[in-house]
Design a protein around this ligand. Sequence first.
Ligand code: ZN
Length: 343
Amino acid sequence: MRDLAERIAPRKPLATWLYWAQYSIALFVLGFPLAVYEGFVREHKYGLSNQTLAALLIDGCKGLGLNIVLGGLAVMVLLGIVRRLPGTRHVWGASAAIVFQTILILISPVFIAPMFNKYTPLTDARIRDPILRIARQNGISATNVYQVDASRQSKRISANVSGFLGTERITLNDNLLSRCSPQTIMAVMGHEMGHYVLNHLYKLLTFLAIEAVIFFAVLRWSLAWSIARWGEQWQIRDTGDPAVLPLAVLILSVLSFVFTPINNTIVRTQEYEADIFGLNSARQPDGFAEAALLLGEYRKLDPSPLEEVLLFDHPSGRTRIYSAMRWKAENQCLGDAVRPCGR
Ligand SMILES: [Zn+2]
């Protein structure tokens, strides 16, 4: 693939991009059976999918196209850095990766997510107005809440906060709207506002930046070591050769696998913070417990503590229902204007 790319494009950046395009297509084709099993066979077996195989394939092709364009740009820049700044390549590589990550989060809600789903302002005042009231209570100057047609793909309930620097938005999916009580919707929205108010996105980006520095330092060292040892046999000339990409992807995959419990724990900790924020702001412990039960459709409700620490990027249903019921027992009086707390 490298030789073909270099024959077609004598200029290095374009050859890198052509290599990336071929490599992405090869990965897509080779990974397709697993993707169908995971995203179609299993999902239908659990009754969680609304998608036909054709629709799944179309979404997959859109993802592949994005990967070829955006991933290709990133790879062109990264290999350019490797070729031009050999002494400090890991530092500049990590910096570029952080910039790409930031841009991706920035443009995702505006340009990428709408390629897969339709986002519309939530117009039902009975749902929207209480959400905006809680938002204002917590210093969020939102004027709009969005809904997304997630039912195109699945029956799962979900909501999220995305974007930043002016692109941030709170979105709830149509499954949440059609399957849950107003109390549950409020509870979930309180949680999402927690992410927003507690600046979770910025904190996560800071952590990812630290991780990127570690990853690129390890990558630099392990690529140099492997190429010195097997470079000739694998026909990889040096670290600036596009043919190094599969090896780099392999090393980064192993690293991110090793980091899974750390990343999960960071995200899970933020999720728990958002849970508590949501209980305090929406004051719907029963609604929150109901949401946790519905999430049990695709998340094990009562894992062992070790399972939760290693594999869960959200608190388990058990943890969430427990904290909701404890909140209810201790703060029930908050919802009762006639009988103030402590009487
Ligand atoms: Zn969350």
